[in-house]
Design a protein around this ligand. Structure first.
Ligand SMILES: Nc1ncnc2c1ncn2[C@@H]1O[C@H](COP(=O)(O)OP(=O)(O)OP(=O)(O)O)[C@@H](O)[C@H]1O
Length: 310
């Protein structure tokens, strides 16, 4: 049984279809990044899985219970950082907040350990109302993990954070995954998605158009690699010269088969120096797949055959 099992989930806000029937399963200790443009249904998905929002149709089972009625013993195993929805009390200090929320759980992490982990030790006596945005986010994360949850939802956990705070959060997420915690998070930062996401769910207009590892997403987009090398005297083979971009003594060649093209180059006697092969980025793949999906999306089943097998 998966930690999360979603089947043909739909959400309609009046006449707005926010989710048009998505299905997926998440296993223990997976780290799933939900990607998609503004309004594609990411927050709606997390809200439904957290038990905060009733789906219009379809089913979602979380830790063995069906949403939206998640019993207390299930909710105690879940942690959340949601945009602008954290129930922090402005008139409490950081330490008082952790002590208060810790009281809700049978075996909370010690406050001192949380302060240390989230680099909040020197802010322990500051009122929540006076915390900076980044400090507040770190406190929200501390509250999310203090009950030792098995499943953590993070909606844009590092939005507007400085690079240091972002790294601290990435390290914490990786550490917790190592101890078996399951994460489902959203981000608009493709670097973050590539770093954290062992699996990507890509939403567009309420439809799931890709589900798989970031590397597969890059491959799926069918974008060229870039072979780059320094110019030598010999001419490029005519088959490749039409694709080459020349800048000073550096030549860049877009290539769908970099290994084959390199072989052709080497055989042709072109002296290659400083050769590098650059893969398309996750961001390029993201943009390409969304464009492909927009092309398809007037058809009733918007998942293209090549994506459907993922
Ligand atoms: N309470 C609501 N009432 C009406 N429409 C809503 C409501 N909440 C969300 N929507 C609409 O549902 C769609 C999906 O919204 P959702 O917040 O899930 O998108 P998102 O992918 O999280 O976007 P973002 O990246 O901007 O956070 C959008 O068109 C949004 O306007």
């Amino acid at each position: 049984m998966g930690i999360i099992e979603v089947s043909d989930l739909r959400k309609q806000y009046g006449s707005i279809p926010a989710l048009k029937g998505i299905s997926f399963t998440v296993e223990a200790a997976e780290r799933v990044v939900v990607l998609g443009p503004n309004g594609s249904g990411k927050t709606t998905t997390l809200d439904i899985l957290g038990g905060f929002l009733r789906p219009t149709a379809g089913r979602a089972r979380v830790l063995g219970a069906y949403v939206p009625h998640l019993p207390l013993n299930v909710r105690r195993q879940m942690g959340f950082v949601f945009q602008d929805k954290a129930g922090l009390y402005p008139e409490l200090t950081v330490r008082e907040s952790l002590d208060l929320f810790g009281g809700y759980y049978p075996n909370p992490l010690p406050t001192s350990e949380l302060l240390e982990k989230l680099a909040l030790a020197d802010r322990r006596d500051r009122w929540v109302r006076n915390l900076s945005g980044g400090e507040r986010r770190r406190l929200e994360l501390a509250v999310a993990i203090l009950g030792r949850p098995r499943l953590i939802f993070l909606d844009e956990p590092t939005a507007n954070l400085d690079p240091e705070a972002r790294l601290l959060i990435w390290d914490l997420i990786e550490e917790l995954t190592g101890s078996g915690v399951t994460f489902i998070l959203t981000t608009h930062n493709l670097e973050e998605a590539g770093r954290l996401g062992r699996r990507v769910l890509l939403l567009r207009e309420g439809e799931l158009i890709f589900d798989g590892p970031p590397q597969t997403m890059i491959a799926q987009a069918g974008l060229p690699y870039r072979i780059s090398f320094r110019r030598a005297d010999a001419a490029l083979p005519p088959a490749l010269v039409v694709r080459a971009r020349v800048e000073g003594d550096r030549i860049t060649l877009p290539s769908l088969q970099p290994d084959e093209d390199l072989l052709v180059l080497r055989k042709s006697g072109v002296g290659l120096e400083d050769v590098s092969i650059q893969s398309p980025t996750l961001e390029e793949a993201y943009l390409a797949l969304l464009k492909g999906a927009s092309h398809e999306h007037h058809h009733p089943n918007a998942i293209t055959p090549s994506l459907a097998g993922q």
